[in-house]
Design a protein around this ligand. Sequence first.
Ligand code: HEM
Length: 405
Amino acid sequence: MTDVGTPTEQPYDFRLSDYARSIETLEHPQDYLAEKVATTRFERSPDGAIYLYRHEDILKLNRHPAILGNGGRGSMVPGMPFVPLEVDGDEHSRWRRILDPLFAPKQIARLEGTIRELTAELVDGFADDASVEMYSRFCVPLPCITFLRLFGAPVEDLDFFLDYKRDMLRPECDTPEENFEKMQGAALRIAAYFIDVMQKRRKAGPGDDILWALLQAEIDGEPLSEAQLLSIIMLMMFAGLDTVTASLSLMIHWLAQHRDVRQRIIADPTLTRGLVEELLRYESPVQTGTRYAAEDVDLGDGLVIKEGEAILASWGTANLDPNAHPDPLGVDIDRPRHQHIAFASGTHRCLGSNLARLELRVALDELHKRLPNYSLQPGETIRLVNMPVRTIEYLPLSIGGAPAG
Ligand code: HEM
């Protein structure tokens, strides 16, 4: 497995971008982002990247063979690219051919019963209380425990995983070098842990969890090496945990303030699918992706991305582009299926979108069966972050007493 960047190049750190700074304190970044995409096609930022805002440009970009993904200037952990996010070209296609079947709709649908049970258990843990802090009691544990079960890892180790995820996604240092150093430390910790889990999993024998399927998988006729397995598992952990947590927190926060829509989906749970899609579009939990141009790339009408340029592609603005989504600031759960790109598009499109959609739909269904009435808790203030993943990370709700609005 080769690293595509050269050692002298520093990966572009979108966490420290002007884009991140512009929205970091906004409760409703949608207003700012919708204005931006309505008036601006692209900007070359002093932070060294070209920012792309429009849906059509980003679709073209993501399909272009000369556009590299996140690993285009080397990987977050040097010498150990995360598969498939940080590999490109034929190597990326080979990996996706192996991984896609594990996350295909049929495979993922088999998990529905387990996710329903887990949701019910979590909600039963607080349903009789007067209030609950939903982020820590529901939004964090649901995807994390689902994930640990999928990978055959002990659920008691949840806190260890949460630390890894935090250091990987939000190192929160002042310089890119310090950020990357902290991420590297987290990667080494989790690698040691998973080497042990894999050994135990091999001894335990066949099962229908994803870890077992990966242990049986082959690339070019050979079983995956330990380093390849670790790289895949570690990426899935940081790509698949925070994103679902974030999406759940945003959706429950929105529903707590829109009783009419909540009542509609409770009366007709088949509408939950449309709600999930529309809120993924409106909220864009993952705001941006990083791309690099391997050669000059002409996107038409005078916009040429230069060879070597770092590109910040904004899924957040593309999902509010009025040319792709009429009335972009209106949340309409009956919207015909416009192609939002909350899961990106093209080559590096999210591998786990079927799993994410299932978790979100089932979580909301089961939550509403047990807890149809909830509202933001009076006198409390939510806490949110917008980058790298937009999340309501403190979400106190009133859930007891008379029907809430
Ligand atoms: C609502 C939840 C989720 C959202 C919004 C989301 C969003 C995204 C986005 C925007 C990308 C593109 C990243 C880029 O190229 O810069 C991506 C890639 C990816 N996601 Fe997700 N994701 C979610 C859930 C998951 C889950 C549950 C998994 C678990 C397997 C997962 C695994 C991945 C992987 C492995 C990639 C890399 C794909 C590649 O490079 O070929 N994601 N996701």
